[in-house]
Design a protein around this ligand. Structure first.
Ligand code: IMP
Ligand code: ZN
Length: 377
């Protein structure tokens, strides 16, 4: 397992060895991990050695590697996206995608500690955006990734296909068609994700494609309300597709939570600032709509979308007994691991949330229950 740094490392270092053993032995599902954000630094350095780029890219790649080695410091969430072009330069051929995917799967599922097998998680739903480069088509990219994922039993690994908010309508359609075709061919695609820079894209035009996902038997998860730039209209468009899981949901308003989640108490009941015409047909939710919230503590702290653990929205969902899953998001830039993220639950404040072992075990089980590989309800 790669060295961890930052808040997760501080929380882990504060735990007694019994607590660490408890966390290591807890069955855990990692449901929100981006392939190109989860590459071990050792693999990045190997890829960099084999890389023969144009001179413009050389400097960018070298600068980004330096930042990743010394611990990335971000001013805000948008800084995070500036790391990706250099990583993408290193993973632009099918051969590099094989190396990358294999290393990421191993880092989550085969890690050892002092020679003792101690996987970070018991089940991994890895996600990635099918990328077209001069060396491969999106289909080739996905095939290569799936070949690696399928080396593991279905009880251990599966793939979510991401679409990026920056994509054109046609590209989103192509990616979702590909995911559905792959699933129908028996490949291990279990869901669709919407990710990417929260400032870009019009989610109202994505919904026509996202609404086909569930009928195809795939799960749907969306990054939602990740930054203050995300508007109510943006969140409404995404919620109108009734995603099974929500990534971050940091700035989801109380009004939208009350409107959509049947278990959240309604503050003033009626929806004051939203006009009827703004509401999607299926709001308010009146069935059992409890989308699991994918919580990425280190990611939120380091991207500065959340000021402290004390102010983190996880507290709200724990208090309301709403399903959550604890995830790493991008283990490489955020210097974390599944163990690191769970340490943030168990460590005493201010380094962690100070949950009891029973509560941590309950949270871990909620994550397992939220996996897309379970038969869809
Ligand atoms: P990939 O899909 O395997 O290429 O993983 C990297 C991509 O995941 C990035 O280019 C982003 O589009 C997306 N991503 C990673 N972390 C985040 C996040 O916190 N918010 C939104 N998108 C993200
Ligand atoms: Zn993410």
């Amino acid at each position: 397992m790669s060295e961890i740094t930052g808040p997760a490392a501080a929380a882990l270092a504060s735990l007694c060895s019994d607590d660490v053993i408890f966390l290591q032995s807890l069955p855990k599902a990692e449901l929100h991990a981006h392939l190109n954000g989860s590459i071990p630094i050792k693999t990045i350095l190997e890829l960099a050695q084999q890389y023969s780029p144009s001179s413009a890219q050389t400097t960018e790649v070298a600068d980004t590697i330096e930042k990743l080695k010394s611990g990335v410091i971000l001013n805000d969430i948008f800084d995070f996206f500036s790391l990706m072009p250099a990583i993408y330069a290193l993973t632009s051929t099918p051969e590099a995608v094989v190396i990358t995917t294999r290393a990421v799967l191993q880092s989550f599922l085969n890690s050892t500690n002092d020679g003792v097998e101690s996987p970070q998680c018991t089940y991994l739903e890895l996600r990635t955006t099918p990328r077209k480069t001069t060396h491969m088509t999106r289909e080739k990219y996905l095939t290569v990734v799936l070949d690696e994922v399928e080396m593991y039993p279905a009880t251990q690994a599966a793939l979510i296909v991401s679409v990026d908010r920056r994509m054109s309508d046609l590209d989103v359609e192509e990616c979702i068609n590909l995911a559905i075709e792959m699933k129908n061919r028996g490949r291990r695609v279990v869901g669709i994700d919407v990710c990417g820079d929260p400032r870009s894209g019009d989610m109202r035009s994505f919904t026509q494609h996202l609404s086909r996902v569930k009928d195809a038997g795939l799960g749907l998860t969306v990054h939602i309300a990740e930054s203050t730039n995300n508007t109510t209209e943006d969140s409404l468009a995404l919620l109108s597709c009734r995603p099974d899981r929500l990534g971050h949901a940091t700035f989801l308003s109380d009004e939208l939570k009350a409107l959509f989640f049947e278990d959240i108490p309604q503050p003033g009941t009626e929806c004051s600032s939203l006009s009827e015409s703004e509401l999607p047909n299926n709001a308010p939710a009146n069935g059992q709509y409890k989308p699991c919230i994918e919580i990425c503590l280190s990611s939120n702290l380091l991207c500065k979308t959340v000021a402290s653990l004390d102010a983190h929205h996880i507290r709200y969902y724990l208090k309301n007994n709403h399903p959550i899953v604890i995830c790493t998001d991008d283990a490489l830039p955020f210097g974390t691991s599944c163990l690191g993220e769970y340490s943030l639950l168990l460590a005493q404040p201010p380094l962690g949330l100070g949950l009891s072992r029973d509560d941590v075990a309950r949270v871990a089980q909620m994550g397992i229950d939220a996996a897309f590989s379970r038969p869809r309800d």
